[in-house]
Design a protein around this ligand. Structure first.
Ligand code: WQD
Length: 345
């Protein structure tokens, strides 16, 4: 049974990816300091999969503690690296916290990958590396744009660190490592069982948790940030993708790395559905699947927001054998089911 180390395994995408990995017979261990996540989610993973996943509560910035864990699990066939802070507004408020956590965590981890010769590495990147794009859809060849936030810049720098790291392999001083970079678009939804999902931390910045918290009565209304964009109904347009589709792409990326020869450049893959959906369309989809009418108002644009983005996802479909299983209604249904279960405690 292949072993995989998942950093940030108690987080939203990390936990859903662990469920998918276990369903494909991987043995998984997690490294997560739980500074932004709750280890209780591991109980949900066990309920779904029947498997108990061990989490090492270690901060990746603590190299000594991190190396102890990697030494114990140096037989792992790969690492999937999710552990990073991801709030766009918080990164604007506390940039140094984001640069140190996201970048020192990454470089410590890569030093461990070389020291313990772990052969494969999957990096959690983001469509936010593209910034404001002119031509849509964005493909992997679309150059990285001006990052809209320190968060997005840590993803751009993370990718550059990995490109330089891979280039440094000359077969002698550094054993070569196979690397892929996965650029997520807007992850939404929860495991269909409703047993795990995104555990909210404070007031949500993202649209979908704000919709479900408004519907359940925790928030008074949803504010649509602007309806004067050059989109079909004036509201912002994004490529929303079900978290289980994102999870599946990670397992497929590991399979891809296992089979493919080492190359000098990390492969990049867009993980989006290829369909752009507007804020008002998301609200309508939620009202349709929940049968509830949502209280929302039109407000001013949110500073730093881009107008529209959606993916050309053909490379992941062709080279990873990935296919999208879930649509917007499935995402909204799963998000609403999770919100109701989570609040029932
Ligand atoms: C989506 C749309 C808002 C809240 C996210 C992550 C980022 C990255 C990309 C992974 C926008 C509108 C939102 C609200 C609204 N993911 N909105 N009212 O900004 O695209 O970025 O996906 O790396 O980390 O943050 O997502 O959900 O905040 O906004 O009108 O109350 O919904 O203007 O058009 P965003 P979001």
């Amino acid at each position: 049974m292949d072993k995989v180390i998942v950093t940030g395994g108690c987080g939203y995408i990390g936990a859903h990816t662990i469920v998918d990995l276990i369903s494909k017979d991987y043995y998984v261990i997690s490294i997560d300091d739980n500074s932004k996540s709750d280890p209780k989610i591991l109980e949900g993973i066990q309920q779904i999969t029947g498997k108990k996943v061990k989490n090492y509560q270690v901060d990746l910035k603590d190299k000594k503690a991190l190396f102890e864990v990697l030494n114990k699990h140096k037989d792992a066939m790969g690492i999937i690296h999710f552990a990073a802070y991801k709030s766009v507004p918080e990164s604007v408020e506390k940039p140094l916290k984001y640069y140190s956590n996201n970048l020192i965590g990454l470089t410590n981890l890569l030093e461990g990958v070389s020291k313990f010769e772990i052969p494969n590495f999957v990096f959690s990147s983001s469509c936010s590396v593209y910034g404001n794009v002119e031509k849509l859809p964005v493909s992997e060849d679309t150059p990285m744009g001006v990052a809209e936030s320190p968060y997005a810049r840590t993803k751009q720098m993370g990718e550059d660190i990995l490109r330089d790291y891979v280039k440094s392999f000359d077969g002698t001083n550094n054993k070569a490592v196979n690397v892929v970079l996965l650029r997520y678009f807007n992850p939404v939804g929860a495991h269909p069982s409703g047993i795990i999902g995104e555990i909210p931390l404070g007031v949500p910045n993202n649209l979908t948790p704000f919709i479900t918290q408004t519907a359940i009565g925790i928030r008074e209304k949803v504010t649509v940030f602007g309806n004067d964009y050059a989109t079909r109904d004036g509201s912002g347009l994004r490529d929303y993708i079900h978290v289980m589709d994102i999870a599946d792409a990670h397992t497929k990326a590991l399979q891809y790395l296992k089979e493919k020869p080492l190359t000098q450049n990390p492969e990049v893959f867009n993980l989006g559905t290829g369909n752009g959906v507007t804020v008002l369309e998301m609200i309508k989809a939620f009202e349709k699947v929940s049968g509830k009418s949502l209280n929302y108002v039109i407000g001013p644009r949110r500073p730093g927001d881009i107008e529209a983005i959606y993916a050309d996802n053909q490379k992941a479909i062709k080279e990873l054998g990935w296919k999208i299983q879930y649509n917007i209604d499935d995402m909204m249904e799963a998000a609403w089911k999770w919100e109701q279960k989570f609040r029932r405690g």
